[in-house]
Design a protein around this ligand. Structure first.
Ligand code: BV8
Length: 244
């Protein structure tokens, strides 16, 4: 590989970077992933806890599932990978767009200035009667009332369930159209439309890099791969990007 090709593959000359993170970046903070051995979907039926139909059938079960994840999120701490990305966002001379599939707030707590939570945030509530959203740290109970319209029994976690449209797709599409580097970190590439972002970025001429513990369903779509724990390979990649 030529030196120029090496620089392209590592992205060190990139001006407009788009990063997509998944549950793997929060794994070493103690937050479970979904599809690894022992992951959340091995303990819970996705259809029962992460779909509007599941919520309608048993709101108490769904609220318990997210109350437990919110409590885990509160006690978890950002790890070296979250901090490295915040350092990159601070020091990178061009633009950096961070899109996360994760509903935790570890990127923000590591100092990341702007985070696109395309699947929502477990630390926010949504009123399905009036659409109001608000930050919360405690539990949501079935009988809770909306802080805006006062309707009881319609308060849910502000997360995007399967079958619901992810947040911010227009802004994400615009960022993918302009990107000259697309990096996926800690995602299995099992969920759409997020799993389709790498192909969209590549079509627009972006270099593509996958940072993951192991090869994923979308690995063949990336030009370059680095395998290992996020707390090791993400800080190393950021050091390379910043020449530190
Ligand atoms: C939608 C919020 C219509 C709730 C989640 C084709 C096109 C469009 C849609 C579809 C399609 N085919 C199917 C669909 C429908 C569906 C879908 O994708 N189904 C799948 C199961 C096939 N998609 C939807 O319903 C989406 N909505 O399509 O609306 C539409 C779309 C566009 C425009 C108009 C209309 C909504 C999907 C959102 C669902 N909500 N989360 C919650 O969190 O409870 S998805 C859920 O999966 C999480 O958000 C999670 O982030 C996401 C993806 O999982 P990953 O993050 O990748 O986690 P996973 O465990 O799978 O993998 C972890 C990875 O990390 C592994 O690779 C592992 O090796 C690695 N790892 C582990 N440890 C480490 C590590 N890496 C580094 N270091 C480590 N230490």
């Amino acid at each position: 590989m030529s030196e120029a090709e090496g620089r392209r593959q590592a992205g060190t000359t990139a001006r407009r970077i788009v990063i997509l993170t998944g549950a793997g970046i929060s794994a070493e903070s103690g937050l479970g992933t979904f599809r690894d051995t022992g992951g959340l979907w091995s303990e819970y039926d996705l259809a029962e806890v992460a779909t509007p139909e599941g919520y309608a059938a048993d709101p108490a079960l769904v609220l318990r599932f997210y109350n437990a994840r919110r409590a885990n999120c509160r006690t978890a701490a950002p790890n070296a990978a979250h901090h490295a990305l915040a350092r990159l966002a601070e020091a990178h001379a061009g633009s950096l767009t961070l899109i996360t599939q994760n509903i935790d707030d570890l990127h923000e707590r590591a100092g990341m200035p702007a985070v696109h939570h395309m699947h929502g945030e477990v630390m926010r509530a949504l009123c399905s009667a009036c659409g109001a959203r608000w930050r919360l740290t405690g539990d949501i109970a079935v009988e809770d009332s909306c802080t805006a319209c006062g309707t009881a029994g319609r308060v849910r976690p502000d997360v995007v369930w399967f079958g619901e449209v992810p947040y911010g797709l227009d802004a994400i599409g615009a960022a993918l159209a302009e990107a000259d580097l697309f990096v996926a970190i800690g995602t299995s590439g099992a969920v759409y439309p997020a799993a389709g972002f790498v192909a969209e970025a590549a079509r627009n001429g972006a270099a593509t890099l996958e940072l993951n513990l192991e090869r994923s369903e979308i690995s063949p779509l990336f030009e370059a791969h680095r395998l290992g724990p996020a707390t090791v390979i993400v800080p190393a990649w950021v050091d390379e990007m910043l020449g530190t």
